[in-house]
Design a protein around this ligand. Structure first.
Ligand SMILES: Nc1ncnc2c1ncn2[C@@H]1O[C@H](COP(=O)(O)OP(=O)(O)O)[C@@H](O)[C@H]1O
Ligand SMILES: O=P(O)(O)OC[C@H](O)CO
Length: 500
């Protein structure tokens, strides 16, 4: 196999993957390990950081072994990761103080409510582009410092390091030599000012986090050091890092202002590029760093839905309605056309634009002839309705800035192989939905960044040229039917949203 290769490590919520890409952007070899989900209490979600580290080594070694490519033939590694998930370790030994607290974990809801009640929201939003929500890393980090015996004491002596998963893996891969992260991950901590691109002392004081635990924040493409030679047989350069949703936007070549993508994995995340200045959302979206190169950030508006593919998983594993997710397509096609079942998958509350942590899921509109097919169809539809919620909010924010509303949507992630779901999505949004040939866009983004950092690619234009369309889904539903179904969804959501 000739040419240079790029190795993407994609550490996601449910699995750890390594994909070896050719420099033309084609995926060549892939290895994956499922990740154990740990639920110690209601609303708590943890991962074992040691399991993540072991899986990372295994999948990277597996793809190298399967490809016959030696470490010396890999031009660079790119890391992309589930964002916000929080690790704290001892600098001297590398020992983790606690399981990683996962982005979905709600244990710091009370802390967040207290910070909101104290009137911190406007300041936090202006600096970070985020809302005060347990979703982000800052309060999770403070929780570990407060609940692990001696942690505050060790931190005061400079012995602890904090990192999101990228940072933790970087530390381990470089043998404890590099404690760094990239601007997209830093932007999800509640501790980083996206305007100044620096950690912010006011935010650190507010959340009670000491500055000496924080990693250095670097550009997404650049020098993150080299792997310990013993790990893969020779040192490999690490030249790219980005949070997984930003990485997917890169893999989808969303570099121009207005370009937009939705990634359908466990959750769904829609990011629209807003150019070189952050937009303050008036519709409860997040404003976040899309990419930083040569010290210059570009920004995105983001809408986050916590449950997308996870709802399909629940039908499969919780209700045992079918054996494989792929069966949902035929089931949805077979559903009675006149069924008016609505499913609201608010298992962990509702994310954007509702941000209602207390909402819970519901299936509404059941009749005696409702069967598995109708419930499956309602679940796939719910994912499209939720996307429409986000696209409307994004469109409103853009329109208020005098910018055009989204005219099409690029999609990726595990769910987008489902043609029925993609057609319904186009029908509900009323704009075309574009599925690329490579749907592993998250890993592709990390490989792109590594290639940029290693000098294989000159600019993002090189990346944009490799994006190729697989299929475009045009909206076919009539306007009255679309309006009718949308109204039904809104009524269903109103039933599950708790009002203070
Ligand atoms: N054909 C399908 N139809 C609907 N959902 C699917 C299909 N195939 C996979 N999924 C869903 O996609 C998700 C997997 O996507 P993936 O991108 O691998 O997730 P993540 O990166 O969050 O781990 C699972 O939740 C699964 O239920
Ligand atoms: O690992 P994923 O694909 O579920 O993505 C998780 C997000 O980064 C959370 O913000």
């Amino acid at each position: 196999m000739g040419g240079r290769h790029l190795l993407a490590i994609d550490q996601g919520t449910t699995s750890t993957r390594a994909i070896l890409f050719g420099e033309d952007g084609s995926p060549r070899f892939e290895a994956r390990r499922e990740l154990r989900q740990i639920y110690p209490a209601q609303g708590w979600v943890e991962h074992d950081g040691e399991e993540i580290w072991t899986a990372t080594l295994e999948v990277a070694r597996e793809v190298l072994g399967a490809s016959g490519i030696s470490a010396r033939e890999v031009a660079a590694i790119g890391i992309t990761n589930q964002r916000e998930t929080t690790c704290v370790w001892e600098r001297r030994t590398g020992r983790l103080l606690h399981h990683a607290i996962v982005w979905q974990d709600r244990r710091t809801a009370e802390t967040c409510a207290r910070l909101r009640a104290a009137g911190a929201e406007a300041m936090v939003a202006a600096k970070t582009g985020l809302l005060i929500d347990p979703y982000f890393s800052g309060t999770k980090l403070a929780w570990i410092l407060d609940h692990v015996p001696e942690a505050r004491h060790l931190a005061a002596r400079g012995e602890l390091a904090f990192g999101t998963i990228d940072s933790f893996l970087l530390w381990r891969l470089t043998g404890g030599r590099v404690h760094a992260t990239d601007a997209t991950n830093a932007a999800r901590t509640l501790l980083f000012d996206i305007n100044t691109q620096k950690w912010d002392q006011g935010l650190l004081d507010l959340i009670d986090v000491p500055a000496n635990v924080l990693p250095e924040v670097r550009d997404c493409a650049g020098d993150f050091g080299e792997t310990e030679p013993g790990l893969f047989g020779a040192a490999i350069a690490i030249r790219g890092i980005a949070g997984d949703q930003q990485s997917a936007a890169i893999g989808q070549a969303c570099f121009a202002p207005g370009s937009i993508k939705a990634t359908y994995g466990t959750g769904c995340f829609v990011l629209v590029n807003t150019g070189d200045a952050p937009i303050a959302s008036h519709h409860r979206l997040l404003s976040t760093v899309a990419l930083r190169q040569a010290g210059r950030p570009s920004f995105a508006l983001e809408g986050s839905i916590f449950v997308a593919g996870a709802a399909v998983q629940w039908l499969r594993d919780g209700l045992r309605l079918f054996k494989g997710a792929a069966e949902t397509e035929a089931l949805a096609r077979a559903a009675r056309p006149d069924s008016a079942v609505y499913m609201v998958p608010a298992f962990t509350g509702l994310g954007a634009p509702h941000w209602n942590p207390d909402a819970r899921g519901a299936i509404l509109g059941l009749t005696r002839d409702t069967g598995i097919a109708e419930i499956v169809r309602a679940t796939l539809e719910a994912i499209a309705f939720q996307t429409r919620d986000l696209i409307e909010a994004i469109g409103n924010d853009l329109a208020e800035q005098g910018r055009p509303r989204p005219a099409s949507l690029r999609v990726d992630g595990g769910m987008v192989v489902n043609d029925w779901a993609m057609q319904f999505l186009a029908d509900m949004l009323g704009i075309p939905v574009e599925r690329p040939k490579v749907t592993e866009t998250t890993a592709l983004g990390a490989a792109f960044l590594a290639g940029l950092g290693a000098g294989i690619y000159k600019s993002t234009d090189d990346l944009a040229r490799t994006w190729a369309l697989d299929r475009r889904f045009e909206p076919r539903m009539s306007a009255p039917e679309r309006a009718d179904r949308w109204a039904g969804w809104q009524q269903a959501v109103a039933r599950v949203v708790s009002r203070p």
